[in-house]
Design a binder for this molecule. Structure first.
Ligand code: C2E
Ligand code: MG
Ligand code: MG
Length: 672
């Protein structure tokens, strides 16, 4: 993480270091120069005094000293006198050594006698002074011979000074060594003090700024933290569904890709379960979105409850969920999980004081048996899910290769269905209902067919679920009611028997509040008496929204149409609700009739339904009657009416018209 204070600390220390170094260098340079200038000035004035007082006595001697043999020189009486004079002059001053050179550069005199006679003509300080200028320098000496003693660790200023009489030409060069150690020490002390003060000031400034920076750092830190948290939240939201808190479609794609990649490497099985809640729309539409949301949360919890730790559960959107089962031992294990999920979801749920059940249809696809890539796996599971739905919901289906074909077919059909109504491709077939035991036609059921341009005549099982899913059922359903009513009126006007036509109403139609008005208007438009129209409703549709359903049925009853419950006994039969609905007729589900002769239970149920209808004074009709045995059983159990292939298959209108004429009635009668 970026830490401002760290950078500040490093930068500040470097800057403070640089400032102090620069300052001390500058100070040292300046003070040394000043010290040297000062000392040079005092050396020069000393030399001047010397030149004015003592020098005239020795000038000639010094000039001619070059001619005196070097060994003799120190012993010369002039030198001895000169030494005394100089020492007298230097008394109490900080001069530690004096040397005198003649113009040849010969050391004529030195307070250090050893040096007398040494040639200094090459020395630049000497040369400069000989030309009339003054040369000074400051040096440090560990050991220095000063007069009669040796001094140590000294700072010395050396000045080469030209000397002449009364401002005349240069006659000799003096070299004076002055000891400035004390001064230098003082300067050093001052320098230390200044540096100390500056350091303290900068330190305080640093501390002050550091606190500010530290505070800024904290603010930046919290902001960064907040930003990270925000990013985390956004990322979480991008990968999770806010309603159920489950990972969403985006994470599903990623996780499935990862899992499949892993499975490819380690050669394991992966199961994909694709869920869809059956009739979730109904809950949403009838109990409201809050209840729908609540239901989805409950379902999500239940799925998570069943899933193992290694299983991954996702909400894909709407009422669709997926579970990735990683590392399956056997493909069958996926089916076992699916069954447990179905059982768990099907347990009743309390929503808003309503107790209800939802069921799920699950499609299963296995990697690598069903597909070896993510896309294929998802498509496979989805197709299997549709198969499960078609097979009656509340169950699971595993992928089989032919499902792909089905999926494509379904897709094409859906596209084509959008134009079917406009293209006039729907037709109604009619199947008679006959009275028992008489065998007279007492009604007819209108059944929808799709005259598909490519595939020929299609039965509702091929396209009804698509109509419902796409809500095309609303317009197609209206067309059915209109066509059937008009047709019935046509037959009546043609002088054929006046009888009731029944029409199947699907759940989404029934949930559409405008149904009552539609029915009313169509009856008026067709000039058909309401008593010649019957609406067949399914049990499930009544249970889904009991209160709304009763209201709707009452309104329909007010119009005067008949109401029946289709496929009775197949759904959530509850005797309790039956008495509360204003229905006229029960239509026993075909499956009971189917097994009537082979399954004792079905026979008993049929018997019970018949008794129930009688007790509640409801009409009773059996559909799917295919043989005489069934017919006889039904007759002996007091069934009023029957419908089935035994009498007639559903047939086109024209054919049915013929059946309605008197002579054909007899055929049905005979059969019965
Ligand atoms: P349903 O209302 O129970 O209709 C009776 C179904 O049983 C019809 O199938 C009919 O052909 C069939 N059937 C009649 N007698 C026998 C028999 O003796 N044996 C056998 N095995 N079957 C028999 P279909 O025409 O394929 O219709 C299937 C379902 O589609 C209908 O069941 C109904 O729920 C729905 N449906 C048909 N037309 C419409 C419609 O216009 N609107 C709506 N919403 N649903 C429709
Ligand atoms: Mg029906
Ligand atoms: Mg039926």
């Amino acid at each position: 993480m970026f830490k401002l204070s760290r950078y500040f600390a490093i930068a500040s220390f470097l800057a403070i270091g640089a400032v102090i170094t620069a300052l001390s260098l500058y100070y040292r340079n300046n003070t040394t120069d000043a010290l040297m200038a000062h000392q040079t000035r005092s050396n020069v004035s000393l030399a001047k005094t010397f030149a004015n007082t003592v020098w005239p006595r020795y000038a000639d001697f010094v000039r001619s000293a070059s001619n005196i043999p070097k060994a003799e020189l120190p012993q010369r009486e002039e030198i001895v006198a000169l030494r005394a004079d100089i020492l007298a002059q230097m008394e109490g001053l900080n001069i530690v050594k004096v040397k005198i050179y003649n113009l040849d550069g010969l050391t004529v005199f030195s307070t250090d006698a050893k040096q007398i006679g040494v040639d200094k003509s090459k020395n630049t300080g000497f040369q400069k002074a000989r030309r009339g200028d003054i040369a000074s320098s400051i040096t440090f000496r560990n050991e220095f011979y000063a007069f009669e003693r040796i001094i140590v660790d000294r700072n010395l200023v050396t000045s080469y000074i030209p000397v002449g009489r009364g401002g005349g030409p240069v006659e000799a060069v003096f070299e004076l060594y002055s000891d400035v150690t004390d001064l230098v020490e003082e300067l050093n002390q001052t320098q230390r003090e200044i540096i100390f003060m500056v350091s303290i000031t900068l330190g305080l400034l640093y501390l002050f700024l550091y606190l500010i920076v530290k505070r800024a750092d904290n603010i930046i830190g919290t902001q960064a933290q907040e930003r990270r948290e925000n990013e985390d939240r956004v990322r979480y939201q991008a990968y999770h569904d806010s309603l159920t808190d489950l990972p969403n479609r985006v994470s599903f794609s990623e996780r499935l890709s990862e899992t499949v990649a892993r499975a490819k490497r380690s050669k394991i099985l992966v199961g994909l379960l694709y869920f869809d809640l059956d009739r979730f729309k109904v809950v949403n539409d009838s109990l409201g979105h809050d209840a729908g949301d609540q239901l989805l949360r409950v379902v999500a919890k239940r799925i998570q409850g069943v899933a193992r730790e290694s299983d991954m559960v996702f909400r894909m959107g709407g009422d669709e969920f997926t579970v990735i089962l990683e590392d399956l031992r056997y493909a069958e294990d996926a089916a076992r999980v699916a069954q447990r999920l179905i059982d768990s979801i099907a347990e009743s749920v309390h929503l808003d004081k309503h107790e209800m059940t939802v069921t799920a249809s699950i499609g299963i696809a296995i990697y690598p048996t069903d597909a070896t890539d993510v896309d294929g796996l998802v498509k496979g599971a989805d197709a299997a899910m549709y198969r499960a739905k078609q097979a009656g919901r509340n169950n699971y289906a595993t992928y089989t290769p032919d499902l792909n074909v089905h999926a494509i077919e379904r897709f094409t059909l859906e596209a084509e269905l959008h134009h079917a109504l406009k293209n006039d491709e729907f037709v109604l077939y009619y199947q008679p209902k006959v009275s028992l035991p008489g065998g007279h036609i007492v009604g007819m059921e209108a059944l929808l067919r799709w005259n598909h341009p490519r595939l020929g005549l299609l039965l509702p099982d091929k396209f009804l679920s698509i109509l419902e899913d796409t809500r095309l059922i609303l317009s197609v359903g209206e067309w059915v009611i209109r066509t059937a009513c008009k047709q019935n009126k046509l037959w009546q006007d043609a002088g054929l028997i006046h009888t009731r036509i029944s029409i199947n109403v699907s759940a989404s139609q029934f949930r559409d509040k405008s149904l009552v008005n539609t029915v009313r208007e169509i009856l008026k438009e067709a000039s058909l008496e309401p008593r010649f129209l019957e609406l067949e409703l399914t049990e499930g549709l009544l249970i889904e929204n009991t209160r709304g359903a009763i209201e709707m049925m009452n309104e329909l009853k007010e119009i005067g149409v008949f109401l029946s419950i289709d496929d009775f006994g197949s759904g959530y039969s509850s005797l309790n609700y039956l008495s509360r609905f204003p229905v006229d007729i029960l239509k026993i589900d075909r499956t009971f009739i189917n097994n009537l002769m082979t399954d004792r239970k079905d026979a008993e149920i049929t018997h019970a339904i018949a008794s129930l209808a009688h007790a509640l004074k409801l009409g009773l009709i059996a559909e799917g009657v295919e043989n005489r045995e069934q017919l006889e059983f039904l007759q002996s159990h007091g069934c009023d009416e029957a419908q089935g292939f035994l009498f007639s298959h559903p047939v086109p209108a024209q054919e049915f018209g013929q059946m309605l004429s008197a002579e054909n009635l007899a055929i049905l009668h005979n059969k019965a």
